[in-house]
Design a protein around this ligand. Sequence first.
Ligand code: UD1
Length: 326
Amino acid sequence: MSFYLVTGGAGFIGSHLVEELLRRGQRVRAVDNLSTGKRANLDSAIEAASLSQSGNGPAVEFVQGDLADLEVAHAAVAGVDYVLHQAAQPSVPRSVDDPIGANRANVQATVNVLVAARDAKVRRLVFAGSSSVYGDQPELPKHEEMSTRPQSPYALQKLIGEQYLRLFTELYGLETVTTRYFNVFGPRQDPSSPYSGVISLFIKAVSEGRAPTVHGNGEQTRDFTFVANVVDGVLRAVEAPGVAGDVINVATGARISLKELLGTITRILGSSVEPIYGPTRAGDVRDSQAAIGKAERLLGYRPTVPFEEGLRRTIAWAQQGAHAQR
Ligand code: UD1
């Protein structure tokens, strides 16, 4: 059994990592400042872990704290073998509105976690990178050897994060890997803020019979990746040999337009709601699609849950939640 720190552990992707690690019998500490995460995201994982506990102390602990504070980062990393650094301010438009707040969450906290991980001599740190670092270059699919061209504070901050990782590998010998995510979606992605991911917002609007808003003409494309695929890719990146200091796309390798996305959601929900079209959002990238050959080669990764299956599971979860609130 190994001991894992999942930063952002009460968040959308972080809580899925915690759940899977516990399912695999690992020990986990989840740290979160609850800025976008929710303590309730960990309820089912913690309950399942305490039921199966063998008497060696709790398999999971939750710490509320802000990693932009170095002391919190040191305490969070103490004693762990691996760090999965998922804590972030994850919204492109929110970073355009508040670049300083986003920098604190995405850069300051990342440097603190790296320093703490170096000092604690952890075995490996895996970082939640972002496909937004590629920017609006016309070449598709986006592969790791391409140059980067961030076009939002968020994208730049994620690029700074991954370059810090590479530097810490070269300077201090800390093993690091960046997994670049492409529009992850799934259960527990919170639709309650205007900064939320588009799939969660569209599902909520269509379920409630409201018109979703499309920013731009809806022809923009994304490599929408169901969260279970990302969990699999990240946990492979923890163990794969020969990847220290590297950057690897974790996605599906396909792209779907917002119009197609909305068409699939309305079809599954049996709705005929039409969207409202608004202006293109500042900082938006037009097309995004991953090359996943490097992940296949180095991590033995292959997406296992296809887009529509993931969408059906996400819609089922959203409907359960709406039911529970009635
Ligand atoms: C998303 C992630 C980001 C990740 C990046 C990787 C979220 C919140 N952001 O950014 O963390 O690093 O993918 O590529 O998950 N849109 C609408 N209507 C809406 C909301 C959005 O039309 O109500 C459009 C946006 O303008 C954009 C697309 O949908 O063109 C996707 O937006 P969003 O879900 O916010 O994700 P990204 O900005 O691609």
